[in-house]
Ligand binder design. Structure first.
Ligand code: SF4
Ligand code: SF4
Length: 135
């Protein structure tokens, strides 16, 4: 069993529920939606954790592409430059796993690299470029 993190982008022509249903019913996978954002025009993205057999995950990703979704696996890791960061908090609410968070007591913003899935949601929020994705 492996745990993959993937990002699926969709447009108004696609139906979100159909993806998770397909993963379960056709590939015996266990998907967990970490975050889903939908814009006013119906387009958006979904971050998923998927547990199952490696081969099934690969086949499922191909199947999702065939359904018309853009899908990519999340890899790499995030670097948080604590010297540059001024703990403004702009990135905190965007994190689906609460990996980048305010430290209790000090309110300093810190990154827990053990839970970060490198989804990249926090990167553009940072005006001083204290967060970088390293591939
Ligand atoms: S990349 Fe940023 S938003 Fe995504 S899980 Fe890691 S800290 Fe959170
Ligand atoms: S947005 Fe940048 S400066 Fe603000 S808390 Fe996050 S990492 Fe720090």
């Amino acid at each position: 069993m492996v745990d993959h993190k993937i990002r699926i982008d969709f447009n108004e022509g696609n139906v979100l529920e159909s993806v998770t249903y397909t993963l379960v019913s056709e590939f015996d996978l266990r998907p967990n939606v970490l975050r889903a954002d939908i814009d006013g025009d119906g387009s958006g993205f979904m971050l998923l954790s998927i547990v199952g057999e490696e081969e099934n995950v690969c086949r499922a990703m191909a199947r999702i592409r065939d359904m018309g979704f853009s899908v990519r696996e999340l890899s790499g890791h995030i670097i948080h430059d604590t010297e540059r960061c001024w703990s403004c908090g702009a990135c905190v609410s965007l994190c689906p796993t609460r990996s980048i968070h305010h430290e209790e007591g000090t309110m300093r913003v810190l990154l827990d690299t053990g839970t970060c899935i490198a989804c990249g949601s926090c990167i553009n929020a940072c005006s001083v470029k204290a967060i970088q994705l390293e591939l």
